[in-house]
Design a protein around this ligand. Structure first.
Ligand code: HEM
Length: 437
């Protein structure tokens, strides 16, 4: 009996010790996360950040003058000048996807596509294709470790991230130097040109370190989010062929996709794209139901009340984009993919400013949202007019939300080109085989 009592006591003691250890571990990791978060988001924070750490100074402390600079980078004129380049990069990519004999992993390929868009269009670097592939691999190592705990030990994710960042910065420095020396033959100003010019106008010539940080962070902001949204777009077009057909009808009606063939060649223009109402609804609906980023963090600057709860000044709060979209009373049948909810007749998002916020909201809203929407629209137009694509698996993959929303196995899809009559272009052997049947 006494022994049984002792067993019980030691079992309870072990349990208590376990609970204390887990709590301590959680507290320590939370502390580390907060350290990491504070260090990356707040420049005034005096925490000891290891040299070469993966802070995001540009995104984290977008100051007054930098916001004005960004407004130029993403202005209407700037977007108009990026548009033909974006279209070219997308057309090249879809051509490569279609000529691939097997199915491709859409999420992986979309990551490469957005990386290429950021490097070639946004930053205007003319890095040879082979070096670009290497830079992409290093970049992925950086992204895979960017949210690791800030424990700088050999073989830790943090150390791997720092190493990747150093290699990337070296590559970026080389590309920036080459670009600064060779300005001839350029027919448009890219975001990096505008960043350099505008910072001079604001009397703040950027150092090489600031330029490297700036370019890395622009790639970081554009890359995962846009790749996630591109993959979701392709998945929804596959799941909803009627939506794709309606999109094609709209393109035909606007002379972008001619009924007699000739898929969208030439260049698109911004006004042409903004006239495509249904396309806008499709992109909006993809971003509502499959918002790439779950939410964001803020520090409360002034005590306020929300639904009867007081939120004190100084608290860190998280706002959830996903929960907002899921619970917003304005959306009917929230789980149904229904682009028409954004049509002029229904405009479900018209009531309330903060029911629909795939790009965040307030003063720290996404600065690249117009570029992101433009990219997605061009991708949808090109997909609808120049590609036919089929799911290569029996069922659609599961979706995971971390670090950004994406299909678990990456979404396996077989792409085919289209001939001028919108028929599937078969590879030569396949075409011969079908001809004999
Ligand atoms: C579908 C694609 C994208 C989505 C869903 C998205 C979403 C977001 C969200 C939700 C935020 C706010 C985060 C917060 O509240 O803390 C944000 C911030 C930001 N985004 Fe995007 N983004 C996308 C594409 C882009 C692109 C293409 C760029 C530019 C190249 C970009 C540049 C930025 C920057 C610079 C910020 C920081 C703004 C600040 O802190 O003041 N984003 N983005």
């Amino acid at each position: 009996m006494l022994f049984e009592g002792l067993d019980l006591v030691s079992a309870l003691a072990t349990l208590a010790a376990c609970l204390v250890s887990v709590t301590l571990l959680l507290a320590v990791s939370q502390q580390l996360w907060q350290l990491r978060w504070a260090a990356t988001r707040d420049k005034s924070c005096k925490l000891p950040i290891p040299k070469g750490s993966m802070g995001f100074p540009l995104i984290g402390e977008t100051g007054h003058w930098l916001l004005q600079v960004f407004s130029k980078i993403f202005s209407h004129e700037a977007l108009e000048s990026y548009l033909p380049k974006i279209q070219l990069v997308i057309q090249d990519t879809l051509r490569a996807w279609s000529s691939h004999p097997e199915a491709i992993n859409v999420y992986q390929e979309a990551q490469k596509l957005t990386f290429r868009m950021a490097i070639r269009v946004l930053l205007g670097f003319s890095i040879p294709e082979e070096d670009l592939g290497h830079l992409f691999e290093v970049y992925q190592q950086f992204v895979d470790n960017v949210f690791s705990l800030p424990v700088d030990l050999p073989f830790s994710g943090y150390r791997r991230g720092i190493q990747a960042r150093q290699i990337l910065q070296k590559g970026l420095e080389k590309a920036i130097r080459e670009k600064l020396q060779c300005t001839q033959g350029k027919d448009y100003s890219d975001a990096l040109d505008l960043l350099i010019e505008s910072s001079k106008e604001h009397g703040k010539e950027m150092t090489m370190q600031e330029l490297k940080d700036g370019t890395l962070e622009l790639i970081f902001a554009a890359y995962a989010t846009t790749a996630s949204a591109s993959t979701s777009l392709i998945m929804q077009l596959l799941k909803h062929p009627t939506v794709l057909e309606k999109l094609r009808d709209e393109l035909r009606a606007h002379g972008i996709l001619h009924s007699g063939g000739c898929p969208c060649e030439g260049t698109l223009r911004l006004d042409m794209l903004s006239g495509l109402r249904y396309l806008d609804c499709v992109i909006k609906e993809v971003m509502r139901l499959f918002t790439p980023i779950s939410g964001g963090y803020r520090t409360v600057l002034q005590t306020f009340e929300l639904d009867g709860f007081q939120i004190p000044k100084g608290w860190s709060v998280m706002y959830s984009i996903r929960d907002t979209h899921d619970t917003a009373p304005v959306f009917k049948d929230v789980n149904v993919f229904d682009p028409d909810r954004f049509s002029q007749a229904r405009s479900e998002d018209k009531d309330g400013r903060f029911h629909y916020l795939p790009f965040g909201g307030g003063v720290r809203t996404c600065l690249g949202k117009h570029l992101a929407k433009l990219f997605l629209k061009v991708l949808a137009v090109e997909l609808a007019s120049t590609s036919r694509f089929e799911l290569a698996t029996r069922t659609f993959p599961r979706i995971t939300l971390v670090p950004v929303l994406h299909p678990v196995d990456g979404l396996s899809v077989k792409f085919f080109g289209l001939d001028s009559n919108q028929n599937k272009i078969l590879p030569e052997t396949e075409a011969m085989l079908s001809a004999t049947v």
